[in-house]
Design a protein around this ligand. Sequence first.
Ligand code: SF4
Length: 224
Amino acid sequence: MCEKNCNLSCSECAVRNCYRRDRKYPAFCLTERFKDAAEITRDLYMSDTVDGQLARAAAEIEGEYYGRLTRLEETIRFAKKLGVKKLGIASCIGLLDEASLYAKIVRTAGIETQTVICKVGAIDKCDIGLSDELKVCPGCNESCCNPALQAQILNDWGSDLNVMVGLCVGHDAIFTRHSKAPATTFIVKDRVLGHNPAAAIYTSKFYYKRLLDEKTFPEPKSKN
Ligand code: SF4
């Protein structure tokens, strides 16, 4: 067994024995190293807590519709299985048309919706300390995304489940931190790849081979 700070982890594992348990765990296996913690999480998923309800609903959706439903359909089935009455939508301004259609579909399924756009609150980027030159359109009012306010508005409305539609990298993290209701994602934003970030991985052996060149990711000029 390797040390606790061993650098090898699941991404370097070739056996993945944690899935079927029909092989041998590797020396660095996290399942082996975190046996006690795994017991605690099993109890959590068995319990009548929100985590337990979410865990069982998610696993049931996987089992009932594996490979047959789109993510859009899965999120709605998931919501219905949880008994969600009010589904909050935190949308990017760039995907508001998609969010509108999504809301219509969710309402068709009999669930109430409320959509909050990322620019809600209309706070100019300069007012949070950004320099004007970093705006997409310098010299203009350019409101920053406000995921904490998106979450607060949906919290006040009393959403049972929140769904993110295209929130930016990082803004999604803030939204998740502030959302009282469990939050899941319908669309992950990727402005270059048509909101299909996995395409970068699929093409990384040839067209996007720069991804495996360390010069592609220099240290930032300044850190927050
Ligand atoms: S938990 Fe263990 S068996 Fe599973 S992928 Fe990680 S290292 Fe491999």
